[in-house]
Design a protein. Structure first.
Length: 294
C-alpha cells in the first residue's frame, strides 16, 4: 500500500503486514484529490468516525455522498480510482489483499480453482467485515500486542468475508428488516456529530423519522447491537482518538466524548479495552516516542 501513500497528501498513522502479503493501515486524507493508481491487490477502505463528504470515480462509475462510520468501499485489483475529499474528515482503515489469498480461500470453500474477482462497491454496509476491521484497528492502535498470529487470523477472516459476500463467487444474501440505507446513514451521521450531547432514544428515532419502538428494533437489526451500546462504543472510540493528542486532561476528554465525568469514561473504557484512560494515553505516548526515534 505504499504506492497509495506516496501518491497522496494523506498521512499513514500506523500500518502492519503479514507474511502472505496482506497489509492494513490507519490513514487520514485532507481535502483535495487523491489518485489511486492501478494496484495489483484488492483494496478495502472502511470509514472511521465523523461523516466525510467525498466523491469517487472508478471502473467507469462515479459516486458522491457522505461516508459515515462503518461505510465500506471495495476496490477490485487492477482498478484505478480518483477520490475527491470535500472536507478534512476522511479517516479510514484500509486493507490490501493479494488475489492469491482470495483465490486460495475460494478454493478451500469449494468454489474451484478459478480466479476470484471482487465486486466494485461504494459505501456499503457489512456487519461481519466491520467487526473484523474494528478488531484490526484496536490491535494497530495498541502496537499489535497480540502478535503476528492474531493479525494473520484477522486477515484470513476479512478475506473470507469478502469472498463470501462481495465477490464473483458470492451467494446472494437476503436481508430482512432493519433501517433502510437513508435512515441508517442519517442516524449514524447524527450520532457522530452529537456524541458530546445528550442522546436519547426519542431524539434518535425523530432523526430517523420513526417511532421509538420501531427505531430501536430496526437499529439493532441493522447494526447488530442496541443503540445505547453503539453510542457508548463510539464515545469510547472518540475518547481514544482524543487521548492520542496532547492538550486536554482526561476529565476534559470525558466530557468532549459525551461521558458525564472522568470515572464514567474510565469504567466504559476499562470494560471495552481492558485499559484505563491513563494507561491508554501512556501507550499512545510510548508509540509516538518510538516512531520519532526510529
Amino acid at each position: 500500500m505504499s504506492r497509495i501513500s506516496e501518491q497522496s497528501q494523506g498521512r499513514v498513522h500506523v500500518q502492519q503486514r503479514t507474511a502472505d502479503g496482506f497489509a492494513v493501515q490507519l490513514r487520514s486524507d485532507s481535502s483535495g484529490v487523491l489518485e489511486v493508481p492501478e494496484f495489483p491487490n484488492a483494496l478495502v477502505s472502511i470509514h472511521i468516525g465523523r461523516a466525510a463528504r467525498m466523491s469517487c470515480v472508478r471502473a467507469g462509475l462515479s459516486h458522491t455522498g457522505s461516508a459515515v462510520h462503518g461505510d465500506i468501499d471495495v476496490i477490485p485489483a487492477g482498478v484505478p480510482a480518483v477520490w475527491r475529499m470535500h472536507d478534512e474528515n476522511d479517516r479510514a482503515l484500509m486493507m490490501s489483499l493479494p488475489t492469491a489469498m482470495l483465490d486460495a480461500i475460494a478454493e478451500e470453500n469449494g468454489f474451484g480453482a478459478r480466479r476470484v474477482e471482487l465486486r466494485n462497491r461504494f459505501m456499503v454496509r457489512d456487519r461481519q467485515l466491520e467487526n473484523v476491521a474494528w478488531a484490526m484497528k484496536s490491535e494497530l492502535e495498541l502496537g499489535s500486542p497480540s502478535g503476528q498470529l492474531y493479525l494473520d487470523g484477522l486477515a484470513m477472516s476479512a478475506a473470507s468475508r469478502l469472498v463470501a459476500g462481495h465477490s464473483s463467487v458470492a451467494m446472494e444474501e437476503r436481508r430482512y428488516g432493519g433501517l433502510d440505507g437513508r435512515r441508517l446513514k442519517r442516524t449514524l451521521e447524527f450520532i457522530e456529530a452529537h456524541l458530546s450531547d445528550e442522546l436519547s432514544l426519542t431524539r434518535l428515532a425523530a432523526v430517523a423519522e420513526m417511532s421509538a419502538s420501531h427505531f430501536r428494533a430496526g437499529f439493532r437489526q441493522s447494526i447488530g447491537t442496541a443503540v445505547h451500546q453503539y453510542v457508548i462504543e463510539r464515545r469510547v472510540e472518540r475518547a481514544k482518538s482524543l487521548l492520542m493528542r496532547d492538550g486536554q486532561s482526561i476529565a476534559e476528554i470525558a466530557l468532549a466524548a459525551g461521558f458525564t465525568h472522568q470515572s464514567h469514561l474510565a469504567r466504559h473504557m476499562q470494560r471495552a479495552t481492558g485499559l484505563s484512560p491513563l494507561q491508554m494515553r501512556r501507550i499512545f505516548a510510548e508509540r509516538v516516542a518510538f516512531e520519532v526515534t526510529e
